[in-house]
Write a protein that binds this ligand. Structure first.
Ligand SMILES: Cc1ncc(COP(=O)(O)O)c(C=O)c1O
Length: 400
């Protein structure tokens, strides 16, 4: 455990967990691409002789259990979310899976969002249900519905996404944290869409934050990873035990890429927010678009709550094509600058058709998404160029 620097978000992103290497002076944590570590006699793990300055490179025996590059990333993420501890994983879903195996036991019940990432739904629907954990989809933006569901049947945890993927619905984290606490349930927030720069659920009363670090934290579409950040150190220790027991941490290079991404999270997010707001405005007045989902629009039903709990409204925008599903598919295939692809949160803009791509696994379920929906991950290119690209495909209403 390193001595944590204090300071603002941007300072923590660059310095938390990242003191210069005490031996070489390297200013960024090196990639410790290694599986095992020489011991000086059985049980004689190295590092103690270097004293306090080197506590972060002390005591390693095997990289499934601990690795210094991964440790640096975990210190940084815990600081960014204001948590007691962070554990990282090979993917966002590996992080969710480990958390759920730690918290839930057969017979437990959980509340999940009525609109959530398809892979998270699949984890509950196809994996955990076989394991005896039942779930109920609830519209989390409706606190009354959550209260009623908790009164109806005791839940072990409430799983939240805010904003949701792909409909950008907003839930009131502080209100749901109180409801969950009163009902004896844990509140878990998947903070992937907002990132810790825009929203800090633990400070609002949540117990656990989950991330797909593949997205905004990594930020460059070059690495897959996940993280769990907890307020309770005891839960952190349990997660650490299970992650080692099941073997789902990220490799050192992936941890290093993710940490490099995290350093610039704040400046990237500011630009994602600016660009997305301009695009949402343009789409909101476009005749080929029947509905825009972006929490920054005052017409969005969750706008006021988002303004209260988020520093900015994020880089994700979804919209419905007025001419229906076929038009939505066509729009996705015709943009030049927006790349047609799954995932989100990278510096480059992406476009996709959730019903046939990221959310195909919710087809036929209560979480099914509209077939005319298009989802944009707005990158940090020039906003004018992005708008031009969309106008070329949708038609330019100014020239009609
Ligand atoms: C909101 C959200 N949570 C979790 C995940 C899963 O993350 P990963 O793909 O890193 O496993 C995703 C992936 O798209 C996501 O969008």
């Amino acid at each position: 455990m390193q001595t944590q620097p204090h300071g603002g978000f941007e300072t923590l992103a660059i310095h938390a967990g990242q003191q210069p290497d005490p031996v070489t002076g390297a200013v960024v944590p090196p990639i410790y691409q290694v599986s095992t570590y020489k011991q000086d006699g059985v049980g004689g793990l190295r590092g103690k002789e270097l004293g306090d300055a080197a506590r972060w490179i002390e005591g390693y025996d095997y990289s499934r259990t601990d690795n210094p590059t991964r440790g640096a990333l975990e210190e940084c993420l815990a600081a960014l979310e204001g948590g007691a501890r962070s554990l990282t994983f090979a993917s966002g879903l590996a992080a969710s899976d480990c958390l759920l195996r730690v918290v839930c036991k057969p017979g437990d019940h959980v509340l999940i969002p009525a609109d959530a990432y398809g892979g998270t739904f699949r984890l509950f629907d196809k994996i955990l249900s076989d394991w005896g954990v039942s779930y109920r989809p609830v519209p989390m933006s409706d606190s009354t519905a959550v209260r009623a569901a908790l009164a109806d049947r005791p839940a072990k945890l409430v799983w939240l996404e805010t904003p949701t993927n792909p409909l950008l619905a907003i839930a009131d984290i502080a209100a749901l944290a109180q409801l969950a606490r009163d009902a004896g349930a844990l509140l878990v927030v998947d903070n992937t869409f907002a990132s810790p720069y825009l929203q800090q659920p633990l400070a609002l009363g949540a117990d656990v934050v989950v991330h797909s670090t593949t997205k905004y934290i990594g930020g460059h579409s070059d690495v897959v990873g996940g993280a769990v950040v907890v307020a309770d150190p005891g839960l952190g220790e349990h997660l650490y035990f299970v992650r080692n027991a099941v073997g789902s941490p990220p490799g050192p290079f992936d941890a290093w890429l993710t940490l490099r991404g995290a350093k610039t999270l704040a400046v990237r997010m500011d630009r994602h927010c600016l660009n997305a707001a301009r695009i949402a405005d343009m789409l909101a007045s476009h005749p080929e678009v029947s509905q825009v989902f972006y929490p920054g629009l005052v017409s969005h039903p969750g706008h006021e709550i988002a303004a209260k709990q988020m520093r900015g409204f994020g880089g994700m925008v979804s919209f419905r094509a007025r001419r229906g599903a076929a038009a939505a598919v066509e729009i996705c295939g015709r943009t030049q600058l927006f790349t047609l692809g799954e995932s989100l949160g990278g510096v480059e803009s992406l476009i996709e058709h959730p019903a046939r791509m990221t959310h195909a696994s919710v087809a036929g379920s209560p979480l099914e998404v509209p077939a005319d929906l298009v989802r944009l991950s707005v990158g940090i290119e020039s906003a004018d160029d992005l708008i031009e690209d969309l106008r070329t495909v949708l038609g330019d209403p100014r020239t009609r």
